[in-house]
Design a protein around this ligand. Structure first.
Ligand SMILES: Cc1cc2nc3c(=O)[nH]c(=O)nc-3n(C[C@H](O)[C@H](O)[C@H](O)COP(=O)(O)OP(=O)(O)OC[C@H]3O[C@@H](n4cnc5c(N)ncnc54)[C@H](O)[C@@H]3O)c2cc1C
Length: 406
């Protein structure tokens, strides 16, 4: 990391600095050395949909050291850090695809825990929140549907119909990240409860136990061939799934509002982690350029490799500063007040990470595309984030509308 400019422009608290150092040490000493074994577990057909004991051991270690739930601004349940204090920590965890889970800071549980804390009653929280906060169970978020353009949340069509004191759910969702994980116990499902209400008041969110009768995982989906086992991104069919009316989150018709609240911090966390991933790709690029020789000199002696390195550093630093600016705005003005800046980083950070990782792949030659380096999977993850949590175009259109309104 190159902390000089960010640290000057956005002075981090002593606590944030201490946690940054501790998380970085834990990552370098424990997580990065475990990556090969964790990858091997995920590649073995016999084990790939099971949880590696090594990961659980790393979680125990991180929890014991207090490096746990650092994303939660609430200091009763989490670390009580502001978004600005957490941003550089999330950047460090983004360097490894395994690290966010080790620190219990991985999506979609982070967003789901925030939703439960913000919108669920104590009785709704009781079966799920303690297990999620403790990292014993996992959860998934089911909004996107195969049959409709889900980037426009008003299109969400899955019917949730009241029948006495039950809610009945029928339909299909897909891209439910984490729902294949054997520890996944809870689905937060968005569907239509009030079809005749104004367009933004039609949907609600409902808590659905993963083992409710009628919930059926149809298949894992792949991103460029990666299925992200053991968590997965799955397609789910709901057939006459019945949950108590008491499982409705917030008021009937508040699904859109809850989705907006959930996505603000979630989007910024994704961007923070992407900056860490891009930074690691840049460091790999530099190491490669120093040591590999072609046409009589190290790759770093060729102008085009130098351009790849220099442009990557510029772009990472631009995105980092914008992300910190968005984090500071979120702390100062809340979700609504920071919405343009959050939209801006959601447009900028995934594109930046794709560009940087792509250059790193190129500098690694064919090996860069293979399983021997982290780059190919990192590219798949970064590319996904040009779609997940809303495609680029939706954020670009919203930002333009906001500016044109004045
Ligand atoms: C790896 C991964 C994980 C995901 N995890 C989850 C999850 O856990 N839960 C969940 O519910 N969903 C999840 N998603 C789904 C994701 O949020 C949706 O794919 C996304 O919101 C887009 O919806 P869609 O796929 O239906 O695309 P559509 O809505 O069909 O949009 C397709 C394309 O249309 C274009 N478009 C749309 N709107 C506009 C516009 N205003 N102007 C111009 N062009 C436009 C864009 O190019 C867009 O990409 C995940 C996706 C991925 C890839």
């Amino acid at each position: 990391m190159t902390p000089d400019a960010p640290a000057t422009l956005f002075p981090f608290s002593d606590r944030s600095r201490r946690l940054q150092a501790e998380v970085r040490r834990f990552l370098d000493e424990k997580i990065l050395p475990a990556e090969a074994a964790l990858q091997a577990h995920a590649a073995d057909p016999a084990t790939r949909w099971t949880i590696p004991p090594l990961l659980e051991a790393l979680k125990d270690d991180a929890r014991a050291q207090g490096l746990w739930n650092l994303f939660l601004p609430d200091d009763t349940h989490g670390a009580g850090l502001s978004n600005l204090e957490y941003a550089p920590i999330a950047e460090i965890t983004g360097r490894s695809l395994f690290a966010p889970e080790v620190f219990n800071c991985s999506a979609p549980d982070t967003g789901n825990m925030e939703v439960l804390l913000q919108f669920a009653t104590p009785a709704q929280q009781a079966p799920w929140l303690p297990g999620l906060l403790d990292g014993r169970i996992r959860s998934a978020f089911a909004m996107t549907e195969p049959a409709v353009a889900s980037s426009d949340a008003t299109n969400i069509a899955l019917p949730i119909v009241r029948d006495g004191d039950q809610l009945v759910i029928d339909g299909r969702k897909w891209w439910n990240t984490g729902a294949a994980d054997p520890r996944c116990k809870l689905l937060i499902v968005m569907g239509v409860t009030d079809p005749d209400a104004p367009v933004h008041r039609r949907q609600s969110m409902v808590l659905v136990p993963m083992d409710a009768p009628g919930v059926r995982v149809l298949r894992p989906l792949t991103v460029f061939g990666y299925d992200d086992a053991p968590h997965g991104h799955v397609e789910i069919e709901f057939t006459d799934v019945r949950v108590p009316v008491a499982n409705l989150l917030g008021a009937s018709g508040s699904g859109f509002e809850i989705a907006q609240a959930r996505l603000g911090p979630g989007r910024i966390h994704h961007c923070m982690r992407l900056i860490g991933l891009a930074q690691r790709a840049l460091e790999a690029m530099v190491a490669r350029a120093r040591t590999r020789e072609a046409f009589g000199r190290p790759l770093g002696g060729h102008g085009m490799a130098q351009e790849a390195i220099a442009l990557s550093r510029c772009e990472i630093e631009q995105a980092r500063l914008l992300t910190l600016q968005a984090a500071a705005a979120l702390d100062a003005h809340g979700n609504k007040g920071a919405k343009d800046l959050i939209g801006m980083i959601k447009i900028v950070a995934p594109r930046m990470a794709c560009a940087v990782i792509d250059r790193a792949i190129q500098l690694h030659g064919a090996g860069g595309l293979s399983q021997d380096h982290f780059l190919a999977q990192a590219y798949a993850g970064a590319r996904s984030l040009r779609l997940a949590d809303g495609p680029d175009e939706v954020h670009i259109a919203a930002l333009a509308r906001s500016m044109l309104k004045g």
